[in-house]
Design a protein around this ligand. Structure first.
Ligand code: UDP
Length: 421
């Protein structure tokens, strides 16, 4: 594969699962001699409002209630035409181009005309179609005519229009050696969490990422954690409400941390600011005795490795990792937590269901039921042995199925297939 060139195109270098995976896949591909490249498209805020609408609708949700009509199509096309013109000068006939998610789908035709093998990889979707998913697919399908193949994380996400096309199902993965997932000594974990102000302790370089002027937790408190982008579908607010109403109190040592990127860090997510503001407002209005059990943390993303180490430390320090998403494409945060032998409590939606067979974590049948969420946490917190057992099984499951060696082999097979077509 010496002269093989593989381009990956997405809409952000930081924040979210696709950026996380591209760092790993591009790194390993380059290490094995493939000329792998990663390009991030430029877009305006109006464009990202449209693509976030598409993202939400592919998840079956209304999002901002805006239109996906001719005007939005024209805006989407115009931004991608500019990006295609730049890429056209760099991509050579015979190159492989992997376009990721709805933000980049509209580049397919022009890059195919250039002679590249274009693959569209869609990381999101929902099990249940509705009028919103229909609307999103009606918007996207006309843009996909140049694709030689498609990759989805789950069969349920493939729209009927692509039946009979060259569709591959490839599940995401994590890199066990990366700063996000590698083993950390306990002292280093505590140091990292002290530095961001989440845990008490001596720190000469505190970055105070805890919001609202709140103080730190004791390292002995048991931590319940959700790490997510500030996206309504991740339901950070619901996690806080469920924990505050049904878990926090004088009879428990459990504390909750909600950790996400600082909002200016993720250019392609226009909803983050509003969601974080809403979370902060709700937190500030909690009764003082409950508020003291909850922390909101916004991590800068400009140093990706520093961010990854803190997330790693938080996931390892947590007793229970939560992912109470209302919809979830795959949910790498779950894979990451399971790799670290954490007990996971997560919604039975999307890729989370594939990752957590019975006995590996606890699935929430109805993620909107906050009482049931709170009771699930209380039950688990009362059973430390079960927490350990779940974590052990979770680690084994990820080792067998969700590490990057499997993922890289599947992508290599796809590339061989494209080149032999
Ligand atoms: N993440 C991070 N810092 C944050 C929030 C999230 O590094 O402050 C990472 C998280 O560890 C995971 C990815 O972003 O690797 C989120 O991927 P996931 O598939 O869970 O959700 P997505 O954001 O792609 O919907």
């Amino acid at each position: 594969m010496g002269s093989l060139r593989v381009w990956n195109v997405n809409s952000t270098f930081t924040g979210g699962g696709v950026a996380e995976m591209l760092r790993l896949l591009v790194g390993y591909a380059r290490g094995s001699g493939v000329d792998a490249r990663w390009v991030v498209i430029d877009g305006t805020s109006e464009y990202f409002a449209v693509t976030k609408r598409l993202h939400n609708r592919l998840h079956g949700a209304a999002g901002d209630d805006g239109q996906l009509g001719p005007q939005e199509t024209a805006l989407y096309r115009a931004v991608l035409e500019d990006n295609a013109a730049t890429l056209h000068q760099r991509v050579e006939p015979g190159d492989i181009v992997m376009l990721h998610d709805p933000q980049t789908a509209g580049l397919a035709r022009q890059l195919a005309d250039r002679g590249a093998h274009v693959v569209w990889r869609c990381h999101i979707g929902t099990d249940r179609t509705n009028a919103y998913t229909r609307e999103a697919w009606d918007f996207l399908i006309p843009h996909l005519s140049g694709c030689s193949a498609f990759v989805f994380s789950r069969t349920a996400y493939v729209p009927p229009e692509l039946t009979g096309s060259d569709v591959w199902i490839i599940e995401p993965s994590i890199d066990p050696m990366s700063p996000k997932n590698r083993l950390l000594p306990r002292a280093r974990m505590t140091e990292l969490l002290t530095q961001i102000g989440l845990l008490d302790g001596p720190s000469d370089s505190a970055r105070h990422c805890v919001l609202g002027g709140a103080g730190s937790f004791s390292p002995n408190d048991r931590l319940v954690l959700q790490v997510s982008r500030w996206d309504p579908l991740k339901d950070m607010l619901g996690v806080m409400r469920g924990f505050s109403e049904y878990v926090a109190g004088p009879n428990t040592d459990a504390k909750l941390a909600l950790i996400g990127p600082s909002v200016e860090s993720v250019a392609d997510d226009p909803e983050a600011e509003k969601v974080l503001a809403e979370c902060l407002e709700t937190w500030a209005a909690l009764p003082r005795r409950v508020r003291s059990h909850v922390r909101l943390v916004a991590l800068p993303m400009h140093d990706v490795d520093a961010n990854a180490l803190v997330v790693n430390a938080a996931q390892r320090h947590a007793s229970i990792v939560v992912q109470k998403s209302l919809q979830e494409g795959f949910g790498l945060t779950i894979t990451e937590a399971m790799w670290k032998s954490r007990a996971v409590v997560a919604s039975a939606v999307g890729g989370i269901v594939d990752q957590m067979p019975p006995g590996v974590g606890v699935l929430l049948k109805d993620p909107r039921n906050l009482e049931s969420f709170g009771n699930t946490l209380n039950t688990l917190l009362a059973q430390p042995d079960e927490i350990t057992r779940l974590g052990r099984r979770a680690h084994r499951h990820v080792r067998e199925r969700f590490l990057c060696d499997r993922h890289l082999q599947e992508l290599a097979r796809l590339i061989e297939h494209l080149l032999s077509k």
